[in-house]
Design a protein around this ligand. Structure first.
Ligand code: AP5
Length: 226
C-alpha cells in the first residue's frame, strides 16, 4: 500500500487535534502536532518555548524558521519512515515549500491533505468552551464533549485548563491569521491534487468516519495509479 504522509488542515478549533488523536490510534503513524510541541516547550521553558511564547499568546504564528527546523528533525527520524500525520504544519506557503523540499530530499511527498471545514462562528463557539489537559493536551469541551468529572481529564486524571490563546480577543486574531496566512494552502494543495474537504461541523464521531472514508478512497486511488 502507498505510504501515507498526511497533513491535517483547518482553522483553529476545527477539530484537528480531536481527529488527529483518533487517526493516530487508527493508523499507528507518528503524530506531530506543532501546537502541542510548542506548548510543551513553553511549559519546559526550553529555548524553543521562550522564543515561541509571545507569538502564541498574541495569536500570531511563530517564525517559519523556528518551526520548520522542528518538523524537519521529526521527519528525519526512523519512526516517520513509513508515514506520518502532521497537525498544524504547514501553516504558511514557505512552510509548505520547506516541507516539500524536505520530503523531496527523502524521495517522498505529501500524499494526502484533509481540510476540516468549519465557519468562523463555530470556531468562536468551540474555543470558548474548550478545556485542555494540562499534562498531555487531551481536548474536551464543556458542552460538546464534557469530561466525566468537571475539570479533570478522563484519560490521565490531570487538571483541565483554558489555554492562554483561547481568550476571545486572541481567538479573533488567530482566525485572522488563519485566513491571511494558512488559507492559501488550500489552493497550494488543491493544485497538487492531494486535498480533500471534510465537513467539520458534524458531531466528532461522524467527522472521524468521514475522514476514514476519505482516506480509504484516496489510498485506493493512489494504489491503482501505481
Ligand atoms: P495549535 O495548537 O495548532 O492551534 P490551532 O490550529 O489554532 O488549533 P487548535 O488546537 O486551537 O484547534 P483544533 O483544530 O486542534 O481543534 P480541537 O480538536 O482542539 O497552535 C497554537 C499556536 O501555536 C498557534 O496560534 C501559533 O502561534 C503556534 N503554531 C503552531 N503551529 C505553528 C506553525 N506551523 N507555524 C507557526 N506557528 C505555529 O477542537 C476545538 C474544540 O472543539 C474542543 O473543545 C473540542 O472538544 C471541540 N470539538 C472538536 N470537534 C468537534 C465537533 N465535531 N463538534 C463539536 N465540538 C467539537
Amino acid at each position: 500500500m502507498a505510504e501515507l504522509n498526511l497533513v491535517l488542515l483547518g482553522p483553529p478549533g476545527s477539530g484537528k487535534g480531536t481527529q488527529g488523536e483518533r487517526l493516530n490510534e487508527d493508523l499507528r503513524l507518528p503524530y506531530y502536532a506543532t501546537g502541542d510541541i510548542l506548548r510543551a516547550a513553553v511549559r519546559d521553558e526550553t529555548e524553543l518555548g521562550r522564543s515561541a511564547k509571545r507569538y502564541m499568546d498574541a495569536g500570531d504564528l511563530v517564525p517559519d524558521e523556528v518551526i520548520v527546523g522542528v518538523i524537519a528533525e521529526a521527519l528525519d527520524s526512523d519512526e516517520a519512515r513509513d508515514g506520518f500525520i502532521l497537525d498544524g504544519f504547514p501553516r504558511t506557503t514557505p512552510q509548505a515549500e520547506a516541507l516539500d523540499a524536505k520530503l523531496a530530499e527523502l524521495g517522498r511527498s505529501v500524499t494526502a491533505v484533509l481540510l476540516i471545514d468549519v465557519s468562523d462562528d463555530e470556531v468562536v463557539r468551540r474555543l470558548g468552551g474548550r478545556r485542555t489537559c494540562a499534562a498531555n493536551g487531551h481536548v474536551f469541551h464543556v458542552e460538546f464533549n464534557p469530561p466525566e468529572k468537571e475539570g479533570v481529564c478522563d484519560i490521565d486524571g490531570a487538571e483541565l485548563v483554558v489555554r492562554d490563546d483561547d481568550k476571545p480577543e486572541v481567538i479573533r486574531k488567530r482566525l485572522d491569521t488563519y485566513h491571511e496566512k494558512t488559507e492559501p494552502l488550500i489552493d497550494y494543495y488543491d493544485h497538487r491534487s492531494v486535498l480533500r474537504r471534510v465537513d467539520g461541523v458534524a458531531p466528532p464521531d461522524q467527522v472521524t468516519e468521514e475522514l476514514r472514508r476519505t482516506l480509504a478512497t484516496m489510498r485506493l486511488e493512489q494504489d491503482e495509479a501505481v
